[in-house]
Design a protein around this ligand. Sequence first.
Ligand SMILES: [Zn+2]
Length: 270
Amino acid sequence: MNPAPRYDAHCHYHHEPIASRWAEMLVSLNELNVRGAVVCGTAPDDWDAVDALADRHTWVTPAFGIHPWYLHGATGDWKAQLRTRLDRPGAVVGEIGIDHGRDASEWATQEDVFVWQLEEAARRNLPACIHCVRADGRLLELLESHDRPACGYLLHGTHASAEMTRRFVELGAWLSYSANTLSRDRVRKAIRAAPIDRVLIETDAPYMPPEPCVSRYELAGDDDRRYNHPANLAVGYERAALALKMDIDELAARVAENYAALFGAMDNIK
Ligand SMILES: [Zn+2]
């Protein structure tokens, strides 16, 4: 019998070393019964690859945006290019955000690029997939003071405290957790503070692998770095179920509903 359907709320399946081993990855994803994944672009130079993956698989929700690490992409006519990508039916906005782990000299540009994309998501009422590192307070201020998509937005890989999680939810957030982030006690407390109808699970694959002791699927690249195999999505579900003291099939059913609620997924997953 197939396991209950699984959904990856945030990933980069178009990046290496996943992309060149896609046939093999698909076998693992099918075994897990993965029925939906939000594949996030990071800058204009990877948007074609996101588009191509969504052309091949109707269960892939394509996300287009400029990530705060790739501000070099925010040049020329990037706004017009992004608007064209977002005209694709089923497309969403991401990965966008702010990152105070980066040099402070970048923060002002990060905010300009983030806010423009957030407001474009609001204008189109598309979900936005948001990256936030060491800047939860500032993100909250930006969300409070600008237009947000009425349909909601996703705080991906969030490390927000329980208290901050509640405040983000008041502003329309869905939260996604991974095998990696759930290794932290603070994140396990936060997931318990999040309303169950706002909880999603992600991998961020090929990035953010879980610790070697819990990782079930290893993925090697051309360098010494540890990569995250998409099938570690299974570990994320298990860790979340444990933290929430929920039956895993019950959690999977809730996550399926939540994924559909945010990403309007029934149009995409066929
Ligand atoms: Zn990401």
